[in-house]
Design a protein around this ligand. Sequence first.
Ligand code: T4K
Length: 408
Amino acid sequence: MSAVKQDQIKSTVSDLAYFGGEAAFDEPLHVGRPNIGNRQVFEGRLADILDRHWLTNGGRYVTDFEKRIAEIAGVEHCVAMCNATVALEIAIRALGLTGEVIVPSFTFIATAHALKWQGITPVFCDIDRSTYNVDPTLVEQLITPRTTGLLPVHVFGRGCDVEALQEIATRRGLKLLFDSAHAFGCSYGDGMIGGFGDAEVFSFHATKFINSMEGGAVVTNDTQLAARMRLMKNFGFSNYDQTDYIGTNGKLNEVSAAFGLTNLESMQDFIDINFRNYQQYRAELANIDGLSLISYDTENKCNYQYIILEVDEEKTRVTRDQLVELLHAEKVLARRYFYPGCHSMEPYRSDDPNAGSRLPVTEDVAGRVVALPTGTAVGPEQISAICEVVRFIVSNGSEVNERFSANK
Ligand code: T4K
């Protein structure tokens, strides 16, 4: 764990590392430092994989991993894949999506790329200010004769308005696929995220609170869809020397699955640590004018894997981007998830240079958010030090801003 430098109390703006002071930490603190479960258990499984000479293509650990994910998500089928981006691509193809699909711009670029990679146009929909999720009241006006589906994202693990989206999808004859990369272990209403729409996609990338190094999965209650995806992730093979569809190689390997399984056994510990961190950030960043942490409602289960701060520059004087640069200098590698929004990245920016005018909430939120380090790699001492630096920066906002501008 990165040590806090005890003598690094900031008393003047010149003490900030950006302006020549010493950094608050000796090693970088990351957003997305992987959680690692019981090493001995994983090493035992690794030895077993090597002993049995079964590394991929339908091995025992992938099967067990799929079974556990399906149980936790409360769904009938889980098809594990090598990452969530490929899982999205395969689900999109298996659902027969073509033409246009409605998707948020406030998401990781993989959501949009998974469509575009297959020649489908992502049509960006603005988000609800309070949840950062697609605003269902705006979806309908984006539907055209070319629209075949909706691909909403449960951003930061907070559930979308599933009922409203399902109602639109059913009434308009559209497929509904959720990008649930952030939402494994989260619930919405009476159900776990995973069981909504036609299918949902989880990510088990290293930076996710449950990781299999790289990995993803599609979960669904549709038996035929699951069977189709199972073939598609294995080149379309239905038998030796026989393919039924065009397929690709989307398989998860045994080592990743064994690592994922091991981490799943520590899932509740990881959630407890994330929750403890979230509460501490809430307490220590409370009452700072211009800063607010996004909240997770207590009615739903949550994995608390993202600590997202919103910066109101009018009040803090220091800008969001300045804050991020100042924190980086202190070795706190805060991230601007999700800036600038997919619509402002290529190729989408060139496809539709004016998309931003239809996405005012996305642009506003993307300009305010900062993700802070959490997970098992940060403890109470580190969080206190991060919060102290943030508080110091904001309480000296005007001076910091002036010095910052003069430095440029
Ligand atoms: N849909 C959504 C909504 C998503 O957020 C994502 C992925 C996907 C789909 C696609 O899922 P996958 O195909 O990846 O399964 C990171 C992750 O790579 C990406 O998985 C994640 N979302 C996204 C939100 O964050 P980057 O480009 O910001 O990652 P990077 O390399 O900058 O790493 C983040 C921080 O973590 C760095 O400070 C370094 C640290 N780190 C990273 C790794 C991999 C470590 O300390 N150790 C590590 O092993 O995208």
